[in-house]
Design a protein around this ligand. Sequence first.
Ligand SMILES: [Zn+2]
Length: 315
Amino acid sequence: MKRIELFYQSVLRINRWAVVLLVVAALLGGVAASVGGAAASPAPQSPDQLTRRKIDAHYHFGGEGFIEATVANAKKYNTIYLTSVPYEKISVFKAAQEKHPGVFIGEGRIQLDDPDAVKKIEGFHRAGFKAIGELTKPLKRFDDPAYYPIYEKAQELGLHVMFHTGIVNWRINRAEFSGMDHMRPAYLDLIMRRFPKLTIQGAHLGNPWYEEAAEVARWDPNLYFDLTGSSLLKKDSDPEFWGRILWWRPSVGSEHSPGGAHAFTKIIFGSDERPEGFLGNIERFEKVLNANNIPEDVRELCWYGTMAKILGVEE
Ligand SMILES: [Zn+2]
């Protein structure tokens, strides 16, 4: 009797272990299947934030070790950098671009009040640049007609234009004649209407004029914003804030709300930091997308698709 009891006890113990092993095997199998599926599928459901393809739409050329660090990040994080370059650095930039194909796309930095701005835009275009910007600290408002020849030229050449919007850095001990009030996001509205073939990127979602920026983007089909700068740090404990500002959805169509679009299709990823800060920017942006339950097809546009189309990046 005793022996039979012992026999049954050991069978039960073996069965318990078998169940545990089966559960572990099933879990491992599931993980393997999902990893395999992601690698095999051209449009994965939830690609990893670090390795999914990305375009950093707000990046500045220069600084110690800049090229090497950017190339390393480009590989590690599967990213192309739309890089704002000063006119006098065109040849250095071109050399880096040729040495490291698929890493850099050129964005020509000009000053709106520079009398040679139009000529420089042509020079950037000849050098293969795809955009101009970041336009910042204009002496007049962004929508002043004095700047129209610049916008006209960008439209004619098919160059994307990036405007700084909102608060702006200070140059200590130097008098300046421009400030945030010349760079309100609302001023982009008139420019878009006047030059409807331009694609425009407002930087920083107009910090602190977020609502103004979002509503302008809602109506202007070729206007996008990046969320770079201090905003994601400021709202770190309230990432749902961005969903309240960017509120419209395909289901909310009416005479006064363009249907068929998701508000986050107006947002593009960017870092506006040196290469060391790049990872933090990926994580903060992903946190916003997760907190607001952004669907994968919209995420793909934010990380990559929208800028790839604008810049003519080949698939
Ligand atoms: Zn800026």
